[in-house]
Design a protein around this ligand. Structure first.
Ligand code: PEP
Ligand code: MG
Length: 319
């Protein structure tokens, strides 16, 4: 069985009723990109660009960043890669950015907000991404977007930089859905973004108001909570209005029990650590999309994550 799973890993994953689900990899650098290809990932669903910025004395230059992004895209050998702009601030501290200490870091200068606070930093990263080739295989993803104003602020700057650099083919631009407001406004965001990618780690933390870094709260921090399912349903419905696709790059994508739930809710891309790609593809191949769509709806009416999990196990038992 295991050998068969590995052998089939490089092939695309389709549900029993013939719908393709993209199984992508979460990576942090070029070495991970090579591992993702070896494990059969269809693409990179999330490059956390923080790796370039931490453990050093000053920010990487545009040129340094460009070399690193190009190396990742080259390693993907023709597959596409979603690269997320810097997601520091909050608990992810980078001393040389001299962001002010905050009382509530999780609600502070995080993600795109740290880029707004340090515009040169955001400019350098966007310019390095714009110089990465081919643009058709690159997708830029923005973390911690709360509403359309956040998205348009970056989109405008991206367009200006492209004009300054004489770049006429722009990479696709996507938004992470990891703040409840973004899920609620997914239809508005999808009007201006090319795709949406749900960060279930933060979306769970912010929806349930449970700090993801507090071990005492970990037991109740379950992405199968019906509140999360409703926000995911709202996200896919909003995206569908504008013909955009929705992926999941948070830990919920790696939860094999959650796969039929996410697919049933309309998610078409799942991004996980490279080593999990073969198993997730095998799981997708055992599911029927029409049945997932039908069975998932009553789960939204349940009252707790435990009830959702118990019911999901009955409906979609794992071999
Ligand atoms: C998430 O929040 O789900 C996510 C993928 O981002 P990170 O874990 O890097 O905050
Ligand atoms: Mg996040």
């Amino acid at each position: 069985m295991l050998e068969q799973v590995k052998r089939k890993a490089a092939e695309p994953a389709q549900t029993l009723d013939g719908h393709a689900i993209e199984v992508a990899a979460n990576i942090a650098n070029e070495r991970d990109a090579r591992e993702a290809v070896r494990c059969g990932a269809d693409s990179v669903g999330l490059l956390r660009s923080e790796f370039l910025f931490i453990d050093r004395e000053s920010a990487p230059t545009r040129a340094e960043q460009q070399v690193a992004y190009q190396a990742v895209l080259d390693a993907m050998a023709g597959r596409s890669a979603i690269m997320r702009t810097l997601d520091v601030g909050g608990d992810k501290d980078v001393p040389y950015l001299t962001l002010p200490p905050e009382d509530n870091p999780a609600l502070g200068l995080r993600g795109v907000r740290s880029g707004f606070a340090r515009p040169a930093l955001l400019d350098d990263q966007l310019a390095a991404l714009l110089a990465t080739r081919p643009a058709s295989k690159l997708r830029i993803l923005l973390p911690m977007v709360a509403d359309v104003a956040d998205l348009l602020r970056v989109k405008t700057r991206l367009t200006e930089l492209a004009a300054e650099m004489g770049v006429d083919e722009l990479p696709q631009l996507g938004v992470m859905i990891e703040v409840p407001s973004a899920a609620m406004l997914a239809d508005q965001l999808a009007e201006h973004a090319d795709f949406l990618s749900i960060g279930t780690n933060d979306l769970t933390q912010y929806t349930l108001a449970r700090d993801r870094c507090n071990p005492e709260l970990a037991a109740g921090l379950d992405h199968m909570h019906p509140a999360l399912l409703r926000l995911i349903a709202q996200t896919t419905a909003g995206a569908a209005k504008h013909g955009r696709w929705v992926g999941v790059c948070g830990a919920m994508a790696s939860d094999l029990e959650a796969a039929p739930v996410l697919i049933g809710l309309g998610v078409t891309e799942l991004s996980v650590s490279p080593g999990l790609v073969p198993e997730l593809k095998a799981r997708v191949r055992a599911l029927d999309l029409a049945m997932c769509r039908r069975e998932v709806q009553p789960l939204l009416q349940l009252a707790s994550a435990a009830e959702v999990r118990a019911r999901a196990r009955e409906i979609w038992p794992q071999a």
